[in-house]
Ligand binder design. Structure first.
Ligand SMILES: NC(=O)c1ccc[n+]([C@@H]2O[C@H](COP(=O)([O-])OP(=O)(O)OC[C@H]3O[C@@H](n4cnc5c(N)ncnc54)[C@H](OP(=O)(O)O)[C@@H]3O)[C@@H](O)[C@H]2O)c1
Length: 339
């Protein structure tokens, strides 16, 4: 089958598009013909190699998968061959705590076929397209968990979103809007800011022109006089971490689910205790959180932001655009359209 794969960790040129053997299906698993796979920054981290995480080589990334069941055990528990489904890429064994992630510790869906446990399949409501559904698990369900399950964001709260133009970022803006929050979106260019306003952000600012803490002080006032945001969402980390602590209101929350620009930044403990803020980590998603996002799409209340749809033989170009921060929302790959 055709796939995008790497034989060693490294920069983007370790990626190849070509032929690899079709994955074997263990008992209890299904084989899917992949109709759509969405790209995530996780694909970049996995290809580069992450400390403490062993990736079987050749590596095939792609945690977000919509496909059609083409091979399965006889008893499929309510599913049938030919059914369309989206995969919950995260698997946790409740007994042992063993964790596997499709597109990371298990081969993913940047390929014509992939395999997963039957228990990882989720039904897609009829009105939801493959492109919409495939955007959901890693970006939207993560944002949902961070804002709703972990963050308890409430109507009228002010929410500052860093990295707002990416996959999780645009998901965070759309879902926070659904929750009735007042959103300020931060992005790395004026053009991205304009698109974020068009998406529904109440305000947007280019953080390359003004530091986060200075912006927060100018717009909301001094932290000692009630200034700051109720909620700051920061999955960028790196140099943005310490200034974003200075943008949280007294008693506010800082929500994080990632560290794109660096996971061990300098911090400033004074702002954590002085503001009595809660720093809440959030990771991954559950099947009900994926289903909640699918239901929002089916109800017409959510439409994931898709930057572009590419065939599999152009997936490496899609990954390059993601890595160079030239993407607004999600890039979706359709292996069915590949040559
Ligand atoms: N814990 C979990 O379960 C989980 C799940 C999903 C994602 N994540 C994490 O969330 C983060 C975002 O993921 P994503 O898939 O949404 O990524 P993405 O689509 O590439 O978006 C990342 C955004 O962050 C901004 N950014 C700031 N500094 C950056 C840097 N040094 N390199 C690249 N982008 C930078 C970029 O916007 P500007 O150019 O406008 O700054 C970019 O649009 C990643 O760290 C990812 O690992 C975690």
């Amino acid at each position: 089958m055709k796939a995008v794969f790497f034989n060693e960790h490294g920069p983007i040129d370790v990626l190849h598009y070509g032929d690899v053997p079709e994955p074997e299906r263990p008992p209890g698993w299904v084989k899917l013909k992949v109709s759509a796979c969405a790209l995530n920054f996780l694909d970049v981290f996995t290809r580069r190699g992450m400390p403490g995480i062993r990736i079987p080589l050749p590596g095939i990334t792609g945690g977000d998968c919509v496909g059609e069941i083409v091979e399965a055990d006889r008893d499929l528990g309510g599913w049938a061959l030919g059914d369309r489904c989206v995969v919950n890429p995260a698997f946790i064994d409740d007994q042992s705590g063993h964790f596997e992630m499709m597109g990371e510790t298990r081969a993913g869906a940047l390929a014509e076929y992939c395999v997963c446990r039957a228990s990882q399949l989720i039904r897609i409501p009829d009105p939801v397209s493959d492109t919409q559904a495939v955007a959901i698990p890693v970006a939207y369900a993560t944002a949902y968990r961070m804002l709703v399950t972990r963050g308890n964001v409430r109507p009228g709260e002010s929410v500052l979103v860093l990295g707002a133009s990416g996959g999780v970022g645009t998901a965070t803006v759309l879902l926070a809007k659904q929750l009735g929050a007042v959103i300020t979106a931060a992005a790395g260019s004026q053009e991205k800011c304009e698109r974020l306003i068009a998406l529904g952000a109440d305000a947007a600012y280019d953080y390359t022109a003004e530091a986060i803490d200075k912006y927060a002080r100018r717009v909301t006032g001094s932290l000692f006089r009630g200034g700051g945001f109720d909620v700051v969402v920061n999955f960028t980390g790196g140099d943005s971490w310490a200034p974003s602590l200075r943008a949280v209101k007294r008693g506010g929350r800082l929500l994080t689910c990632g560290a794109t620009a660096g996971h061990a930044p300098p911090t400033d403990i004074r702002f954590i205790f002085m503001a009595e803020m809660d720093i809440k980590g959030s990771t991954g998603f559950t099947a009900p959180e994926i289903e909640a996002c699918l239901a929002l799409i089916a109800d017409g209340r959510l439409d994931p932001v898709i930057d572009r749809v590419l065939p599999l033989d152009q997936a490496i170009e899609g990954i390059r655009l993601l890595e160079e921060r030239k993407v607004f929302g999600k890039v979706v790959i359709e292996p069915g359209n590949s040559r």
